[in-house]
Design a binder for this molecule. Structure first.
Ligand SMILES: [Zn+2]
Length: 313
């Protein structure tokens, strides 16, 4: 029998990014059977609490308040944030720009094994406020690369990736080690519009070409995926071990610059500083521009969110 859903519960379930199609889907969900909903919610809550206890026992801090989280490194000084963790909810306040974003980690990591979830939770708790804000806005789905076939270049099946961002599906598949680099790719794309900002930025492309010319003139070789055939058998990640990965293409240069600007370092750090100073400067502006965009422009989510999906429906 159809019933009217508890609106407080619905508010909790409905993500902030709501589209028309999501509203239609919610209407459909209003008509689900109450008894089965209660059962599903109870099952979800038990699993969630069991996992929370497990995570806390293994080093996750369920109540953590960071009053001042600010990126200050050799490249830039970022806005001042406060970050508050309560269970799996993160409240991120940009105190400089006076805006608040929330991030539901249980939702973001849904579908992972408990061990993978734990690895990501601990890595996430080490990230600065501004990166958490980017993560909350840009990423709908985070998939662990553990145990996944990471041969992503069909024409070069021996290439093993550390992670990847799919603009088409608007999903990140990664290990926790590469989360910031992959987030950089997500920042580059307008969500489901699947369009790279830097590839459409003439200044950035020009700066990439200038830097690459300089790099080659010094007798260096541009990073080429096909040059690393042994990485498959040895199981190593190309990205985490190559200090010239930023020379692969402008998109990788941007992802490495994003990592450097927000964490103070990246695998290509020295190469960027020595050969790509112009791209680095433009990258700082690109970062500011993205963060000043409205959320809907910044990230057009196409994921039709079933508000009960996190309850295993
Ligand atoms: Zn990349």
């Amino acid at each position: 029998m159809p019933f009217k859903i508890n609106t407080d519960l619905l508010k909790k379930l409905v993500p902030e990014r709501k589209t028309q199609s999501q509203s239609r889907q919610q209407k459909r969900l209003f008509n689900i059977d109450k008894a089965s909903l209660d059962k599903q919610v109870a099952k979800f809550m038990k699993e969630r609490n069991d996992f929370l206890n497990y995570a806390v026992k293994n080093g996750y801090k369920r109540d953590l308040v960071i009053e001042n989280s600010q990126v200050k490194n050799g490249l830039r000084t970022g806005d001042v944030y406060s970050v508050e963790y309560h269970d799996f909810t993160v409240t991120i306040v940009n105190k400089t720009k006076n805006r608040t974003t929330t991030l539901d980690l249980n939702y973001l990591l849904a579908g992972m094994s408990n061990d993978d979830k734990l690895k990501f939770l601990k890595t996430i708790q080490s990230l600065p406020g501004e990166v958490l804000e980017d993560l909350a806005i840009e990423v709908d789905t985070l998939i662990s690369s553990t145990g996944k076939d990471m041969h992503i270049l069909k024409e070069s099946p021996r290439f093993l990736a550390g992670g990847y961002y799919s603009g088409n599906n608007d999903e990140i598949t990664t290990s926790e080690k590469h989360i910031v680099h992959e987030l950089g790719h997500a920042m580059d794309f307008h969500g489901s519009k699947n369009e790279s900002r830097v590839m459409n930025n003439k200044k950035f492309i020009n700066a990439f070409n200038i830097g690459l010319k300089r790099f080659l003139k010094d007798g260096n070789k541009q990073f080429n995926y096909n040059d690393n055939p042994d990485l498959f058998s040895s199981g190593l990640s190309v990205i985490s071990h190559n200090s010239n990965y930023c020379t692969a293409n402008p998109k990788e240069l941007w992802a490495e610059i994003y990592t450097a600007l927000t964490t103070g370092t990246c695998n290509s750090y020295n190469t960027i500083l020595k050969y790509f100073p112009e791209a680095l400067e433009i990258g700082k502006n690109v970062l500011e521009e993205i963060r000043n965009e409205s959320r809907s422009t910044r990230h057009a989510s196409k994921r039709i969110q079933n508000p009960l999906s996190r309850f295993g429906v």
